[in-house]
Ligand binder design. Structure first.
Ligand code: APR
Length: 277
């Protein structure tokens, strides 16, 4: 790794300053979970093909809750079979090194960061987690684990009556919904840690952006906030993107064109050496 990146990482590790890691689908691609905007995301209903941007909406859920649940239970199967990879483990090791100095903000709903071992209180799942549900009618804000009786579905498999019963709000008996942020919804603090993420950004000296295309709102606000107050941004991605441009637009930022696992393993090694000279 470039010696300038190495000395920047070493200095920040040895300071008392905060570090934020922001992840997207790219980090989970190496665990076999297709990125959202790739071709595997399509879903066929009858003779029509739907894009995730149409399926993952409140509008679609209100029109056809069964079909949206079938899609989520299919995706849940992919996430459950996937295993955390070296990139996820590197971020766990960063949390071990830095404790409360580290915040992880993830757009991924696949639960792999928590399965790898990052702690729930320092991990902001800003788009939710598909292994959790809540009342679709918002009778309360309580978030429940998906009942274990509800098992993943193959493509084309229908919901059973038992599934239907379990996918019900335990309080008001109306539909439960996946605990995820849909495209036609807005962030909030209670479910998606909106303000907590911005506060972390305000306090962070180093933002590592990993495997995200920059298509969503809060990650852009987080990056912009760090850029504005003079923090260091390092973007890790296999391709150039809007975050790499932002990182390179300041004298302090870097773009590491690499897979997330390779770059994160190297970075955690540099952090370790900085703290254990
Ligand atoms: N290592 C690093 N980066 C990678 C890798 C990899 N192995 N594989 C893919 N990438 C990069 C791609 O180059 C791309 O920039 O990961 C990014 C994935 O982009 P998207 O599919 O757009 O995923 P993401 O940015 O997480 O999407 C944001 O939008 O689709 C909604 O809510 C959904 O959380 C998702 C959000």
């Amino acid at each position: 790794m470039d010696s300038k990146i190495k000395s920047t990482l070493t200095n920040i590790a040895r300071s008392k300053e905060s570090i934020t890691v922001l992840t997207g689908a790219g980090i989970s691609a190496e665990s076999g979970i297709p990125t959202f905007r790739g071709p595997e995301g399509y879903w066929t209903v009858g003779s029509k093909e739907y894009h995730p941007q149409e399926m993952a909406t409140l509008e679609m859920f209100q029109k056809d809750p069964k079909e949206v649940w079938k899609w989520y239970l299919y995706r849940m199967g992919i996430c459950r079979r996937a295993q955390p990879n070296a990139g996820h483990r590197a971020i766990v090791n960063m949390e071990k090194l830095f404790g409360d100095r580290l915040t992880l903000i993830t757009q991924n709903v696949d639960n792999l960061h928590l399965r790898a071992g990052n702690s729930p209180n320092r991990t902001y799942q800003i788009h939710g987690n598909i292994f959790f549900i809540r009342c679709a009618a918002e009778c309360s804000a309580t978030v429940y684990p998906l009942p274990p009786e509800v098992v993943p579905k193959d493509k084309g498999e229908e919901l059973t009556d038992a599934d239907r019963q379990k996918l019900t709000c335990p309080q008001c008996s109306r539909w439960a919904r996946p605990h995820v942020l849909w495209f036609d919804e807005t962030y909030n603090e209670a479910h998606y840690r909106f303000y907590s993420s911005l506060t972390a950004a305000q306090q962070t000296a180093l933002l590592l952006i990993v495997g995200t295309s920059g298509a969503t709102n809060l990650p852009n606000q987080v990056a912009w906030e760090v850029h504005q107050h003079g923090g260091v941004i390092i973007d890790i991605n296999i391709e150039k993107n809007s975050f790499s441009k932002l990182a390179l637009s300041s004298q302090r930022g870097f773009f590491i064109q690499s897979t997330s696992s390779r770059a994160l393993e190297e970075i955690v090694h540099i952090f370790y050496e900085a703290l254990n000279p």
